[in-house]
Structures are given as C-alpha cells and as structure tokens.
Design a protein around this ligand. Structure first.
Ligand SMILES: *Cc1c(COP(=O)(O)O)cnc(C)c1O
Length: 343
C-alpha cells in the first residue's frame, strides 16, 4: 500500500483531515448499518442534546505499522468495552463490541495510506465518539445518536527523546466522588480546560488531581494515569474509582509483572508519602505518549524531585517503555490478543 507523501516525523498532535470516516445513526430504537463516508461535516439541529447538555463520550487508540509491515491496532477490544461503560453511564444506546471493532477496522483500512510507516514514530490516531443528536430542551437523554470514528495522523510524541516534565498539584478537582471520572466523557475535559491553561501559564506541563473527597491522595492528570517506582524497583499505581482506567497503564502493569518480574501494587497513594520520598521514579501513561517521565511535582511551591532527575527517563520506566513499545511494534512477542492485525 502506497503511503501519503507526508513528512511523518514532523507531524504534531493536531487534526489533519484524512479521506474517510465512519458513521452510524441510531433512530427509532436501533442502529443503522453504518458506512464509510468522505463527508467530514455534521449538520445538527441547534438544540441537539450534545450542544445543550454535553451528552457525548469518546475513545482514543492508534493504528500503526509494525516492523514486518503489518497494519495493527493495540488491544482495541478494551476500547470497545470502555466505550460501552461510558455510553451506559450517560444513558446512551450501546454500540456493540463486535460493531465497534468492525468499524475501527473498516475506517483504518479505508485510510491505509494515512497509516504512518514503521520507524517514523508517527501513528494514525483513531477517535471513536458518540453524541446525542436530536433536539432536547428538558433535561433528558436524546432519542437519536450518531456513532462516528475519525482518524488523524499524529507525530512522534517525543521529538528528540523523552524529557522529564514538571507537573503541579492542582487546586481544582477533575471528578466528583461517585461522579464520572471513570468514563471517557467530553464533560471531564471541558471542566479541565481552565486548570490546564492555568498550569501552562504557570510553567507546568500538567495538573495532578487529588481524590476529590479528601484531597489527600494522588489520582491522575487530566488525560493520563500515574505510575510510580518505589525504592525496591517495584511498580505502584493509585487505586480509586474516579480514575479513568487507562489501557496503557493496565498493559504496563501486566508487562511489569510478566515480562520484567516486578511486583505490581495498585493501592491508595497519599500525597504525603510521595512528599516523603517513597518513590524514585514517576511517569504519566496514556495512548499518546505511552509513558511521559515526571522529574518533579510542584505542590504549591514545595518541590518533590525524583531520583531519576530532569535529564532522561529513569531506568525502570525506560525498561517498561521499551518493553511495551517493543510489543506494540512487533519486536517482542505480545501476549495473546494484544496486537490486532487489519487485513
Ligand atoms: C484516555 C485517558 C487516559 C489514558 O487512557 P489510555 O487508554 O491509556 O489511552 C487516562 N486518563 C484520562 C482521564 C483519560 O481520558
């Protein structure tokens, strides 16, 4: 398959229009057959539920080219499951796992020229999303919906190496106790915009949110889960039901235990124990970067510096990063079912 003539290495994380997208509509209680279309415009009534009450959920995954030239996605079944959880929480009709997986394959296949070549560091980002589309003015779920998937090529997350970042402890909360923190809904991002712009204006790459109930425990950042390495070289990651269950983080936990023989613990982690220096490495994890090393957490002027420093990713996170990306790219044997080939 010929690829588009694009400087893949210099792509950023910005929307680039690709040729095809997928759309299926829900009306009169059922989903239609769905199709691939060229049309990148959506026309909706001014009172569509998504505009008035933000009834929308999404997913994010990527397609890429492996070392031996296959076009693959990484654990798309987990994106399907998580999107179903999100749909149910916002009273949206479920788009079945089978259809989700089929739609992802079809839209990637239709945009195969946009799937970046192996070694470029770039990937085709896949964004499934669903929204309530008919007019609603009294607060209630919509009766009609669209399930869509757009794709856009994105560049290597780290240009010139993964430099550790400085993040701060936020004064804002990202999720209410028993709220919607554990689903991938647009509303969780809308309310994080103020805090992220403020963080950037103050020189921080990201916000770390504390548990909204007591504000004593570490939860996650606006768009990535957090992992720590303790003094014994083991992996520790926060447990909370208002954290979004990152597929990258769950994969890292598996890789740590099964490939690298590390002890993996998911438990409540207090800000206090992080300040006391219990951890020697810290990273953010998500589909986009896989792992971003954190060199320093700033808690209202008090700096928590990790032993791994500000120059490069610490050795244990580096091992995890190399193993997981090796699995993704086909250089290391993957656990059963992790790599899905698109034919
Ligand atoms: C999407 C997302 C993540 C990362 O999840 P992955 O499945 O690893 O991409 C983490 N936190 C939040 C809040 C997210 O929305």
């Amino acid at each position: 398959m010929a690829k588009k003539d694009i400087a893949w290495e210099s792509l950023g994380f910005d929307y680039v229009r690709t040729d095809k997208r997928y759309v299926s509509c829900f009306k009169d209680g059922k989903w239609d057959d769905g199709s691939i279309t060229d049309d990148d415009k959506i026309v909706l009534n001014e009172c569509a539920c998504v505009f008035q009450y933000a009834q929308t959920v999404f997913e994010g995954l990527k397609a890429y080219t492996t070392e031996d030239g296959r076009t693959v996605t990484f654990r798309p079944d987990l994106n399907a499951d998580r999107m179903i959880d999100s749909e149910k929480r916002l009273k949206m009709p479920v788009f079945s796992k089978e259809r989700f997986l089929d739609a992802v394959d079809r839209v990637v296949k239709a945009n195969e020229e946009w799937v970046p070549p192996y070694g470029s560091g770039a990937t085709l980002y896949i964004r499934p999303y669903m929204f309530g589309s008919n007019p609603v003015i009294g607060v209630k779920p919509a009766a009609e919906y669209q399930f869509r998937i757009l794709t856009t090529p994105v560049g290597p997350y780290f240009k010139g190496g993964a430099k550790p970042i400085t993040v701060r402890i936020s004064d804002y909360d990202r999720a209410a106790p028993r709220g919607t923190g554990n689903i991938k809904a647009g509303l969780n991002y809308a309310m994080s915009l103020y805090a992220i712009v403020d963080a950037h204006e103050n020189g921080f790459a990201e916000n770390i949110y504390l548990d909204p109930g007591t504000r004593t425990r570490i939860e996650e950042t606006g768009g990535a889960n957090i992992i720590f390495i303790d003094k014994d070289g083991n992996l520790v990651t926060p447990l909370s039901n208002s954290i979004l269950p990152s597929i990258t983080r769950r994969s890292i936990m598996y890789v740590a235990e099964k490939y690298l023989d590390m002890k993996v613990t998911q438990r409540e982690i207090t800000l206090k124990e992080v300040e006391e220096g219990n951890f020697i490495e810290c990273g953010l994890c998500g589909t986009a970067a896989v792992i971003s090393p954190v060199g320093c957490i700033n808690d209202h002027g008090k700096e928590i510096r990790f032993a791994s420093g500000m120059d490069e990713m610490g050795p244990t996170l580096k091992k995890l990063y190399d193993t997981l990306t090796g699995i993704q790219m086909g250089r290391i044997e993957a656990p059963e079912g992790w790599i899905h080939e698109i034919r």
